[in-house]
Ligand binder design. Structure first.
Ligand SMILES: Cc1cc2nc3c(=O)[nH]c(=O)nc-3n(C[C@H](O)[C@H](O)[C@H](O)COP(=O)(O)OP(=O)(O)OC[C@H]3O[C@@H](n4cnc5c(N)ncnc54)[C@H](O)[C@@H]3O)c2cc1C
Ligand code: SF4
Length: 497
């Protein structure tokens, strides 16, 4: 029996990272191999098993956090992993990459002068369980009874192989349907493959999951662009339902003078090349930052991934310009517990930036323009303090930094324009995302939209939740009933005021 008062006696401890200097010499994951099980058990035992577990409702997947914490604390790893896999198809991705809104909502994280106890390290327990399930063979391909062709099961096409498409495909395959995933890239995985760098997610973890899907019977057709190589009419004629999970990777532009100079690139172009190098497709990226002064414009995950990548490529210097002011160190008044607050977080890339002494992060910085060097390529970036009223440049505060490579990481405006949308009768809304109803249905009967394509650029945990929910909607559409779980509706949003 785990100690129910452990939260009073055991301090929170998190998964250890390798030394930042060592990390810069390779592309391996930043974390040391998982902590020993007794340490994970002790951390899981800090869970108070609250009557109203806000961690559970803050997780879009509805992960059964107190349940698996208790089982892990008691050392019943198999049962704990089973409870985890009951709600999450890919906990090895969320355990590594989720910003963990569950931890912000943990009752132990209610901050006030008198309470200093820190949240349960939920995400680390999740990762330990996920990795152990793989090691022990508990997360194995499930035997699937195929219904397709026997009157009940149907044929389903999923367009896009990011976490939303893959989760939908796995759920529908396991429900007995014949599922084919179409992916325009040469490898499956979406942003897990060509967005997030290997130092945050080693790609063999993705490959083994794809192998599992194939073994269960999901067909993955890579290098096939739906809407171009396979028209929408063919998808509709050949399948009983179509799920569009094409992501939201249309990059927000920065229309300032010099935008077209050689040397100014969207961040996604840069990260895709870096990931291709890591996959062994090329020895060196055509956009390598090696020896260059680099400026990254933007402040989110994408910017941080560019930073960590540029440092590994041995950039001469890296400056990150974030238009937002420095976030507070603690919850602001308008973001009380259990909301996931906007507070300053040091990413692993920023930690490395400090270790390399090669970078600077400038907050409240408005980019004014890009200037050519003597060779006509990019030579410098001009920026100024951002006026808090309109985020425009404040006169008299301009500075210039040398730059031979600029990476634009200003966020995403929605799905990239695609002939497929008109072919399937889909339309984008005012927010740039593909429109759908609360049950993920869009356009003509039998067409559904899931993931970032319908929600806007979001998080892996939301993409998996959307994939699971759309699978339930598709199954119900095809059979008239479903036993598949639907953790969210299409309009569900994070806890907030
Ligand atoms: C650099 C970066 C870092 C991130 N880091 C994190 C993080 O640390 N934690 C986190 O939770 N989230 C992170 N995110 C967000 C997360 O990756 C996304 O929210 C998630 O991948 C969305 O999943 P999805 O399946 O909807 O779309 P995607 O992952 O974008 O996948 C869509 C797929 O559809 C394919 N496709 C598009 N059109 C077609 C077509 N016509 N035919 C065939 N295939 C098509 C695309 O090639 C792509 O493979 C990050 C995003 C970026 C860009
Ligand atoms: S998926 Fe994210 S929100 Fe859900 S339990 Fe894991 S870390 Fe927390």
């Amino acid at each position: 029996m785990a100690d129910r008062m452990a939260f009073l006696t055991t301090p929170r401890s998190e998964r250890e990272r390798r030394d930042a200097r060592e990390r810069l010499g390779d592309r391996r994951e930043v974390y040391r191999p998982g902590p020993p099980l007794p340490v994970v058990s002790a951390q899981a035992a800090r869970c108070m098993d609250c009557g109203l577990p806000f961690c559970h409702s803050a997780c879009p997947l509805g992960n059964l956090v107190p349940e698996w914490n208790r089982l892990a604390a008691e050392g019943d790893w198999h049962a704990a992993a089973e409870r985890l896999l009951a709600t999450n198809n890919f906990p090895e991705f969320t355990g590594r990459l989720c910003p963990a809104p569950c931890e912000s909502a943990c009752v132990l994280a209610i901050e006030s002068a008198a309470v200093t106890i820190k949240a349960v390290a939920i995400k680390n327990v999740e990762l330990a369980l996920a990795d152990r399930a793989w090691e022990q063979g508990w997360d194995r391909p499930l035997p699937v009874e195929r219904w397709a062709g026997r009157g009940d099961g149907r044929r389903v096409a999923v367009v896009g192989s990011g976490p939303a498409g893959l989760a939908a495909a796995q759920q529908l395959t396991r429900a007995g349907h014949a599922v084919t995933v179409y992916e325009r890239e040469d490898r499956a995985g979406g942003l897990l493959r060509y967005g997030i760098p290997p130092f945050r997610l080693e790609k063999d973890r993705l490959d083994r999951r794809l192998d599992q899907l194939r073994e269960e019977g999901t067909v993955l057709r890579t290098g096939v662009w739906a809407g171009r190589d396979v028209p929408g009419s063919e998808l509709r004629a050949g399948y009983d339902a179509v799920v569009v999970a094409v992501g939201a990777t249309a990059c927000r532009e920065l229309p300032v003078p010099g935008r077209d100079l050689p040397g100014v690139h969207p961040a996604m172009e840069y990260l895709t090349w870096a990931n291709r190098v890591a996959e062994g497709d090329r020895p060196v990226s055509p956009l390598s930052a090696e020896g260059l002064d680099v400026v990254i414009v933007g402040g989110g995950d994408t910017a941080a991934d560019c930073l960590g990548t540029a440092l590994r490529e041995r950039a001469a210097s890296v400056t990150q310009l974030d238009i937002n002011p420095r976030p507070p160190g603690r919850r602001a008044a308008g973001q009380p517990w259990p909301v996931h607050p906007k507070v300053e977080r040091e990413t692993t890339s920023h930690e490395e930036c400090g270790a390399a002494e090669a970078g600077a992060r400038v907050f409240a910085a408005a980019t004014v323009g890009f200037e050519p060097g003597p060779d006509g390529r990019l030579g410098a970036v001009r920026f100024a303090e951002a006026d808090p009223r309109d985020r425009g440049p404040r006169p008299g505060t301009e500075r210039v930094v040398p730059a031979r490579l600029v990476l634009l990481a200003l966020g995403f405006t929605g799905p990239e324009p695609d002939a497929l949308f008109a072919q399937l009768g889909l339309a984008t809304g005012p927010d740039g995302a593909l429109q759908r109803d609360e049950g993920f249905a869009a356009g003509p009967a039998g067409v559904f939209v899931a993931g970032d394509a319908g929600r806007g650029q979001s998080l892996i945990v939301w993409a998996i939740a959307e994939g699971r929910a759309v699978a339930a909607a598709v199954d119900r559409y095809l059979r008239g009933w479903t036993e598949l779980p639907a953790p969210i509706g299409a309009s569900a949003r994070a806890l907030g005021l």
